[in-house]
Design a protein around this ligand. Structure first.
Ligand SMILES: *Cc1c(COP(=O)(O)O)cnc(C)c1O
Length: 391
């Protein structure tokens, strides 16, 4: 076997490059996978390298071959200059925001943002002198009206992970560039396989790799990928704060990533079939799936994304707790649990009317979010139909 040249690799499909990335069989004695390198101390070979601090690895917290393999793979997937690893998706959002903001700055955040990102901005960033304003996810180029002289960053998320509005990322980035503002996006829904924000000029792409990269509901991890202009600031903040994730969780994520494109394809197609079925069901008021016209931002989704992943919501044609409880308790294949992106299907109730501040969210029915796993679609549809019969 001979090695593909860098030029040959660059010409290959993303799926192929993902199978090759972060592997070096000469360094792993021919074994296919890099093992979890456990270690705090790294010893230097001689006094000269110790005095100069010049060693490939300096200290466990600063990186090891396992973390480096994941960083390489993820940067390849997102088209980034570099990636840092954080101990959760929430920690990745926090690290990225701290990396680009300072006291006195103003931050624009989408009203559809992941709730703990909102609470981080309101509780922690506010305490350090950063003010956040929330914007309508459908604002598009109209975001220009919200920009102040001290606006430093815009935090997007597309689609929102409960309500699924799809933002016009290129329109927002166009305005941000005009004003020298850094743009960040929580890209957990799509991963770099279905959407590559950095290709559209976004500076920082964040992923709760707990979801699809991990893929098996057994690891918490966050990844921050950034372009050449922004990566040094993020890397420095990550290092200064002592952020670190143990090698076993990094190993599990690398393992999950090798099958992620396949899982996304399967779960994305299955979720769309389930969504179409629910859209025609008399007990369902509305389906919020970005590949269906009933979802705000559907046209933008069809323009910018390669396809849907396996998460969407629907609105029950019922307003009362009793109906929601009867529906959820009747499900046999959908577990009730937060998080998503795993191989097993999940259903959770949500109420976005309680925390929105920039937009009024009035769904006229109770919201249920589904994670579609790898079970057979016919079984999932039969399970949902049975439970909807109880509403
Ligand atoms: C789950 C999630 C996060 C946070 O990830 P954790 O690993 O649970 O901290 C961030 N953003 C989105 C969109 C998520 O779904």
């Amino acid at each position: 076997m001979s090695k593909p040249t860098p030029e040959e690799k660059a010409a290959m499909a993303l799926e192929t490059r993902l199978m090759l990335a972060g592997r070096n069989s000469e360094e792993t004695f021919g074994f296919v996978n890099i093992p979890p390198y456990r270690g705090s101390t790294v010893t230097y070979p001689d006094a000269k390298s110790c005095l100069s601090g010049k060693n490939r690895y300096s200290y466990g917290r600063r990186g090891n071959p396992t973390s480096e393999a994941l960083e390489t793979l993820w940067s390849e997937l997102e088209g980034a200059a570099g990636t840092v690893i954080c101990p959760s998706g929430a920690s990745a959002c926090a690290t990225a925001l701290l990396g680009v903001l300072k006291a006195g700055d103003h931050l624009l955040v989408t009203d559809s943002v992941y709730l703990p990102t909102r609470t981080f901005a309101n509780n922690v960033l506010a305490r350090y002198g950063v003010e956040a304003t929330y914007y309508d996810p459908m604002v598009g180029a109209g975001i220009e009206a919200l920009i102040r002289p001290n606006t430093r960053a815009i935090m997007m998320e597309a689609p929102g992970s409960l309500t699924f509005e799809v933002q016009d990322v290129p329109a927002i980035v166009g305005v941000a560039k005009k004003h020298g503002i850094t743009t960040l996006i929580d890209n957990t829904y799509a991963t770099g396989v279905l959407f590559r924000p950095l290709d559209l000029g976004v500076d920082v792409s964040i992923n709760a790799a707990t979801k699809y990269p991990g893929g098996h509901s057994d690891v918490l991890i966050g990844l921050v990928a950034a372009n050449a202009a922004t990566f040094p600031a993020i890397k420095k903040t990550h290092g200064d704060m002592g952020v670190y994730l143990g090698p076993d969780d990094v190993f599990l994520t690398l393992r999950g990533l090798r099958t992620m494109p396949l899982r996304l394809k399967e779960q994305g197609a299955a979720a769309l079939r389930v969504a179409k079925h629910l859209a025609a069901h008399p007990k369902v008021k509305r389906v919020l799936h970005p590949a269906l016209p009933s979802c705000p931002g559907h046209d933008v989704f069809m323009r910018d994304f390669k396809g849907p992943s396996g998460l969407f919501s629907f609105i029950l044609d019922a307003m009362d707790d009793a109906s929601v409880i009867r529906f959820l308790d009747a499900l046999k294949l959908f577990g009730m649990g937060y998080s998503w992106g795993g191989y097993e299907s999940l259903a959770i109730p949500f109420d976005a009317t309680t925390f929105r501040t920039a937009t009024k969210y009035a769904p006229e029915g109770r919201g249920i979010r589904l994670n579609i796993g790898l079970e057979a679609v016919a079984d999932l549809i039969a399970d949902l139909d049975g439970a909807l019969g109880k509403v």
